[in-house]
Design a protein around this ligand. Structure first.
Ligand code: NAP
Length: 281
């Protein structure tokens, strides 16, 4: 039996175990998905411990996504984003890279599947990205993944963030991107084709980072926030006639991408989605 898992702190209410296990069941893969809650400064030891236990693959969530970067051999996209959310241990048939730590063990590979979570969500909803104008609100982990993913898909990206300097710093790293404060939304959103909320606004309270009067019918809006499933931003975007994409899709597709990297199989997307939706309800 293969064991996959998630490290995070806290991980108590993670939606990943039922989503991944529905995938194993649909493909008759003999595997389990378990959660681990290391101490916040123990990212590297947690990865080493999982490898020693024979865990085949790990997802990584808050607060470990940045720290795990140093404990793995990151792929170029994860390195650019500066965060890893998926680790593949070498036995999975991945290219092996010596850890160089004298352990004789091969280094695990690190990926960032949040980026694919963004692009595959738009693809699923029939929204083209190549040549489109995209606005990413937020410059934290999700904002970085979204900005690189959209730029790599051919979009022109503008990053708007409460702390404007974080947005301009990120934009300087993303090909062709611009960045600034939230005041720039007034000019950028009416002209945009694609909008991603990558802030946590809308999770704790019925709030939105984007004024409703900027939203329009030619816009496709992805809200990375997935609890609640329908945020105020998505409600107001739907009222403006925009295409709306719930954060649950991004969550699904980051998991689908991890599943495919671990198992080498096409993920059973519908079954994984049904399990995720059942959990979210
Ligand atoms: P993070 O690294 O802590 O970044 C938080 C971002 O939100 C920063 O840009 C921050 O701006 C901004 N922000 C926080 N409070 C704000 C406020 N009151 N007004 C305006 N901006 C505010 O967090 P993260 O990991 O990127 O996660 C962001 C959201 O995405 C969370 O809700 C998370 O659950 C969600 N997420 C979803 C998925 C998915 O699969 N659906 C994946 C990853 C993350 P400053 O820089 O100014 O502080």
């Amino acid at each position: 039996m293969d064991v996959y898992g998630l490290i995070g702190n806290p991980v108590g209410h993670s939606l990943s175990p039922p989503m991944h296990e529905a995938g194993y069941e649909a493909l008759s893969i003999d595997a389990r998905y378990v959660t681990f809650e290391p101490e916040p400064d123990d990212a590297a030891r947690a990865v080493e411990g999982a490898a020693a236990l024979g865990v085949a693959g790990l997802n990584v969530t808050i607060p470990f996504k940045r720290d795990v970067l140093a404990a793995v051999d990151p792929d170029p996209l994860a390195e650019r984003i500066g965060a890893v959310n998926t680790v593949v241990f070498p036995d999975d048939g991945e290219e092996e890279v010596d850890a160089g730590d004298g352990s004789g063990r091969d280094a695990p590979r690190g990926y960032n599947t949040d980026a694919a979570g963004v692009t595959r969500s738009f693809e699923r909803h029939g929204v083209p990205l190549d040549g489109r104008d995209a606005v990413v609100v937020g410059a934290g982990g999700a904002g970085r993944a979204a900005a690189f993913a959209l730029a790599d898909a051919g979009a022109s990206v503008h990053v708007a963030n409460r702390t404007a300097e974080r947005a301009t710093d990120l934009a300087a790293e993303v090909p062709g991107a611009t960045g600034g404060g939230l005041d720039g939304l007034d000019e950028r959103v009416p002209a945009a084709d694609v909008l991603v909320n990558a802030t946590s606004v809308g999770m704790e309270e019925d709030a939105t980072p984007v004024p409703a009067d900027l939203l329009h019918a030619d816009l496709a809006v992805l809200d990375a926030v997935y609890t609640p499933t329908e945020t105020r931003l998505l409600r107001e975007a739907a009222a403006a006639g925009a295409t709306t994409i719930e954060g649950a899709w991004m969550l699904l597709f980051q998991g689908v991408e991890a599943f495919e990297r671990w198992t080498g199989e096409d993920a059973p997307v519908e079954e994984m989605n049904a399990a995720l939706r059942a959990e979210l309800e």
